[in-house]
Design a protein around this ligand. Sequence first.
Ligand SMILES: [Zn+2]
Length: 268
Amino acid sequence: MKIIAYSTFLCILLTSCQDSEHQTRRQNLKGEYIYRKKNEIFFTPSPPLSKPPLHYPWQRSLITKNFFRCRGNDLNPIVVKKRDGREPIYFRDCPGGERHGLPLHDGEEFVYPCLIDLLNYIQEKSGHKVYITTGHRCPEHNSYCDHSPSNWGSKHMLGAEVDFYVVGMERDPENVISLVQQFYTETPPYQGDKAFEEFSRFHRQGLNVSTPPWHNKEIFIKLYRKDEGRDFDNQHPYPYIGIQVRYDRDQKKQVVFEQGQTQNFLRN
Ligand SMILES: [Zn+2]
């Protein structure tokens, strides 16, 4: 009991001592204004150094063929296309790329490697993420996205076409296209291919883009402005780039659409 009373007394004594010390200090404080001349500088800061931006792990991740899986979803509503005097056509979406595979080549899932290499090059050079809006489309999802006759032979069904934009460069697709062209000047084994040309006026007739497309031996590039090419997979407000493969450098032959190939994938 004595010990408790003694320690309580000590606490009160210490607290009152601290209070009086604070009071004394506050009373003795003196204020003084700091006067500086306009533009007076005491030291010159060193110029800022540019540092490469830090990337989050997902920004560093390499694009693989898995990024090209079909974006269908059977929860999407059925689309009805009305026709004058005839029965309407009903379009149902596919169950999605988790429920069926990519196109098969020699028994393995396949996307043309030049598309994968090219998109990784753009990510590396720009430091921005490539967002693929459409990679592979199974025939069901292809019809669902865009049921116009011009889309019936889409190379999306062969793993030979990709639509994308670059996050952070959405309003600057021309610079992304410059990177695509640069890829063919400095990256083996693509380096040394013949330079890109604008698609001839004759072949441009009937195309769904206002900007003349470009092509070299291997690929064909289309730039869709923000009011062009708005199919179901491209319902975003940005311009986007579509790249088709024209030539298979391994098989040494043109890549052409064949109806039979479009069904060549595994279903779960
Ligand atoms: Zn599908």
